[in-house]
Design a protein around this ligand. Structure first.
Ligand code: FAD
Length: 265
C-alpha cells in the first residue's frame, strides 16, 4: 500500500499509534543525541520512565518494556548510564518475551500535511494530557515511587523532560517560563489536568499564524464548541470557559477508554 496515504481519524479520539510513535521517537531518536545520561539528565529520565511505566494506558507489550526499563534503572547503582545500554533494552536485545515497542513512525491524530509539521511535538502534548488524566483517575498509581503525594509530579516530570531533552530548545525556554510562573499554584491532580490544558491553549495562541502552524490544523483555543459545547459560556457578552465542564471533558477525551487502537501496527 501507499505509505504516504492520508489516514482517516476522528478529532474526538486519541490514537494509541500517536502515543507509541512518540515513545519510539523519544527513546530511539531524541535520547540518542545524548551519549551518556548523568546528573540532572539521568534523574529526569528516571522520573520520566517511572511516570510512563506506572501511568501509560498502553498495550501490554509496551507497558512491559517500560516496566523493565524502570526496574533496570532503579536497580542500577550507576551515576552514569550510556545511551547504548538504554537502546539495547528498548530494542529488547535480551529477548524478554512479550516486550516490544514498534520502531515505525505512524502518526494518525498527529499526522501533518508535510514532514516537519505536527508528529512528535503533537504526540508529546497528547502523551502528557493522557498522563495527567491517568494520574487524576488513578491517584494510587504512583505509590512507592517517591512521586506519590505530589499532585504536580507528572507536570514537573514533563517540565524537566522538555527542558533537558526536547529537541526544540525555544519550546523548552517558553515552557519553563510558564511553569516557573504558575506551576506552584497547582494543588491537586485535577488542577494539574486543567493547568496543562490552559498552558497548551496559551501556546496555541502564541503560535497561531506562525510557521509552526499546519494550514490544515489551525491553532485554536481547544476544545472547540463542536467538541465540547458545554465547555463554552458567555458572561456579559464575553467568552468564558466553564472549567468544571472542561475538566469532565478532558478526563473523558484523554481517558483510556477514548484511546483508539486504529492504525496500530
Ligand atoms: P498541538 O498543539 O501539538 O496539539 C496536539 C493535539 O492536542 C491537537 O490536535 C488537539 O487535538 C489537542 N489540543 C490542542 N489544544 C489543546 C489543549 N489546550 N488542551 C488539550 N488538548 C489540546 N512550537 C513552537 O513553534 N514554539 C514553541 O515555543 C513551542 N513550545 C512547545 C512546548 C511544548 C511543551 C510542546 C510539547 C510543544 C511545543 N511546540 C512549540 C510545538 C507546538 O506546540 C505543536 O505541538 C506543534 O506546532 C504541532 O501542532 P499541532 O497542530 O499538531 O497541535
Amino acid at each position: 500500500g501507499n505509505l504516504d496515504a492520508w489516514k482517516d481519524f476522528e478529532k474526538s479520539k486519541v490514537y494509541m499509534a500517536d502515543l507509541e510513535s512518540g515513545l519510539h521517537y523519544l527513546l530511539r531518536v531524541e535520547l540518542a543525541t545524548h551519549q551518556t545520561l548523568v546528573g540532572e539528565e539521568l534523574s529526569t529520565f528516571k522520573d520520566f520512565v517511572t511516570v510512563v511505566a506506572k501511568l501509560f494506558p498502553g498495550r501490554q507489550s509496551v507497558v512491559k518494556l517500560l516496566e523493565t526499563l524502570l526496574e533496570w534503572l532503579v536497580s542500577l547503582p550507576l551515576k552514569k548510564i550510556p545511551y547504548d545500554a538504554i537502546l539495547d533494552l528498548v530494542n529488547n536485545k535480551m529477548r524478554i518475551s512479550e516486550m516490544f515497542l514498534s520502531d515505525q513512525l505512524q502518526w494518525v491524530g498527529c499526522q501533518g500535511t508535510r514532514v516537519g509539521l505536527r508528529g512528535y511535538p503533537c504526540s508529546m502534548w497528547t502523551l502528557f494530557h493522557v498522563l495527567t488524566v491517568q494520574a487524576a483517575r488513578r491517584p494510587d498509581a504512583l505509590a512507592n515511587t517517591g512521586l506519590e503525594e505530589n499532585p504536580k509530579a507528572v507536570l514537573q516530570t514533563m517540565r524537566r523532560y522538555i527542558v533537558n531533552f526536547f529537541g526544540c530548545q525555544e519550546c523548552g525556554k517558553h515552557f519553563e517560563e510558564m511553569a516557573a510562573e504558575s506551576l506552584p499554584q497547582v494543588k491537586s491532580l485535577d488542577e494539574a489536568v486543567l493547568w496543562l490544558w490552559r498552558k497548551h491553549n496559551q501556546v496555541n495562541r502564541r503560535l497561531a499564524g506562525t510557521m509552526s502552524e499546519d494550514p490544515n490544523f489551525p491553532k485554536t483555543q481547544w476544545p472547540s464548541p463542536d467538541l465540547c459545547p458545554t465547555c463554552h459560556e458567555e458572561q456579559d457578552g464575553i467568552h468564558v470557559w466553564n472549567d468544571d465542564k472542561v475538566l469532565v471533558f478532558l478526563k473523558q477525551h484523554y481517558g483510556a477508554a477514548n484511546i483508539s487502537p486504529k492504525h496500530l501496527r
